[in-house]
Write a protein that binds this ligand. Structure first.
Ligand SMILES: O=C(O)CCC(=O)C(=O)O
Ligand SMILES: [Fe+2]
Length: 534
């Protein structure tokens, strides 16, 4: 990894500050999997279990099957063909949409994504690079419904997990509820209205959209920055659980001392570095109220829709909604626990003037931003990085296998080239971004030469608030694509995409699943884990 290369927007590479906000076109191809919400039988506890045996049924974006290399392919399991047909009808009305929940249980039409993507009727087909037309779209969508049998399994697993939880006062039944409820049902592919030029957001459906024009790029970016900074000043319980009136207090020495998020600097001043453990959770006091029923219902709907696999480009796969709420709770709690101990979260400094606007912790090996090297200890304090929790490994293994089957089914290569090689992680970099957090475009290229030559993938988990993730082939934000990564998403980039430039432009405030916040008291922001093999 060489994240110092260009980390921090507005850092030393002049081009990074010059964002292009020009519109690139929009193309909604939504896949809404909320077929059978009322039965309650589509819980996501099965994700990762037995997925490699699933037979995918290719569909193109207009719902036709059997097109081997059809652009914008949407893959759904055979049993859901009825919805594709419904989607086709919808399509024929002139919107490239495969929507299987035209009227959901709340009685509303369709889903939220269009809120950000502009008018539905103005959509036109685009691939992930913003090009028009149906030809050669590099985006494929795979939809898999979960199996009800795993719901119970998930509940049991959740209950067990509760025993390990830090600071939990929950009853087992709440665990069951938590398992069923997940995040909001937002965009699958959507624009990022405030900033990006080419934006893809994915959640429960797929559409590729363009940005609305922003004429004053620099001012816009500055305003965006200021807004983020102001948002962080008002850190409160509403930031994490909007519907509650619970009292929240900062819980670590650093929380109380640091002005990182309040200053909007994400803790980059020397006085904010290494001042003590950073707690990714907020300590709660007083009565804890549950999130509003409305939010829970929305999250429930999302959790019943299974996950979606999307081949973004060769070697790059996004598994939407892949980690269940249970998984996410476990990940947050583990990270919190490790983050408070030796080698835990700290504020990394600058690298070549590039700002690291995040808290970081390394697992397995330490990555030093000052030298861009891996080592056994963290030079800044001599601490040893904690081991990667074994619980995490199962997710990596399954995610890679699933990505392999997705890329294999898409690929027409007979050369035997491995589009997504397997890897066993011995490094995990855990980042926590508060609302003003960001990470400049960079490549992960400090792993061993062999690892990079083989294209061993980086596997990235997103938990908490959504992020605008940039990626592209050049160190130039204006040329970069945007993916909105939501809580529970897993992104893999290996093979031909192993060396992509990538970064995080911004964190979308108040977008984390409410149940996750309730279960973990995760502070406002985003937890990201990237696994690699040295
Ligand atoms: O937060 C993310 O999504 C990306 C993190 C990343 O690129 C890194 O840690 O190297
Ligand atoms: Fe990276």
């Amino acid at each position: 990894m060489n994240r110092g290369e260009a980390r921090g927007f507005g850092g030393r590479k002049g081009s990074r500050g010059q964002m292009d906000y020009r519109p690139k076109g929009e193309s909604p191809v939504t896949v809404d999997r909320s077929l059978d919400e009322s039965s309650g039988s589509r819980g996501r506890g099965s994700r990762g279990r037995g997925r490699s045996t699933t037979s995918w049924c290719p569909r193109d974006s207009s719902g036709r099957g059997g097109h081997e290399h059809s652009p914008g392919q949407v893959y759904v399991q055979e049993s859901n063909a009825v919805f594709v047909e419904k989607g086709v009808q919808h399509n024929r009305r002139g919107v490239s949409t495969v929507d299987r929940s035209l009227v959901d249980s709340s009685g509303s039409m369709g889903r939220g994504p269009r809120e950000r993507g502009g008018s539905r009727t103005s959509w036109s087909p685009r691939d992930s690079f913003g090009r028009g037309g149906h030809e050669h779209s590099p985006v494929q969508v795979y939809v898999q419904e979960s199996n009800a049998v795993f719901v119970e399994k998930g509940v049991q697993q959740h209950r067990k997990l509760q025993e390990d939880k830090l600071g939990s006062t929950k009853q087992p039944d709440e665990g069951a509820a938590a398992f069923k409820f997940s995040g909001d049902n937002k965009d699958l592919l959507q624009s990022s209205p405030s900033s990006s030029s080419k934006s893809i957001s994915l959640s429960g459906g797929l559409f590729v959209s363009k940005e609305s024009e922003d004429k004053d790029v620099k001012n816009g970016a500055r305003i965006h920055d200021l807004v983020n900074q102001m948002e962080d000043v008002s850190l409160s319980c509403q930031d994490s659980v909007s519907s509650t009136s619970e009292k929240v207090e900062l819980s670590s020495a650093e929380d109380q001392n640091s002005t990182a998020h309040k200053s909007g600097g994400e803790g980059n001043s020397s006085s904010e570095r290494n001042t003590g453990p950073f707690d990714i959770s907020l300590k709660k006091t007083g009565i804890v109220l549950k999130p509003a029923l409305f939010n829970l219902n929305k999250e429930k709907r999302k959790s019943t829709k299974g996950h979606t696999g999307i081949v973004i480009r060769p070697g790059m796969v996004l598994l939407k909604n892949y980690l269940s709420i249970n998984d996410q709770v476990m990940i947050v709690n583990k990270c919190r626990q490790l983050g408070l101990g030796e080698g835990g979260f700290y504020q990394p400094g600058y690298r070549d003037e590039a700002i690291l606007r995040l808290k970081m912790m390394c697992l397995g090996k330490n990555w030093d931003p000052e030298t861009s090297r891996y080592g056994e200890v963290r030079p800044v304090d001599g601490s040893r990085p904690p081991k990667i929790p074994v619980e995490f490994n199962q997710f990596i293994e399954k995610a890679i296998k699933e990505s392999q089957s997705l890329t294999a089914s898409k690929s027409n290569e007979t050369s035997g080239e491995v589009t997504m090689p397997f890897m066993s992680p011995d490094i995990c970099i855990v980042n926590f971004y508060t609302s003003t957090g960001r990470l400049g475009l960079h490549r992960d290229k400090d792993e061993s030469e062999k690892s990079i030559r083989k294209g061993l993938p980086v596997v990235s988990f997103s938990v908490g608030d959504s992020a605008e993730f940039l990626y592209g082939d050049q160190l130039d934000e204006a040329m970069a694509e945007t993916l909105v990564l939501e809580s529970g998403d897993v992104l893999l980039f290996g093979g031909k995409s192993r060396n992509i430039f990538h970064g995080v432009r911004s964190i979308r405030k108040d977008t984390a699943p409410k149940v996750l916040l309730q279960e973990t008291s995760l502070r406002p922001g985003r937890l990201n884990l990237t696994f690699r093999q040295y």
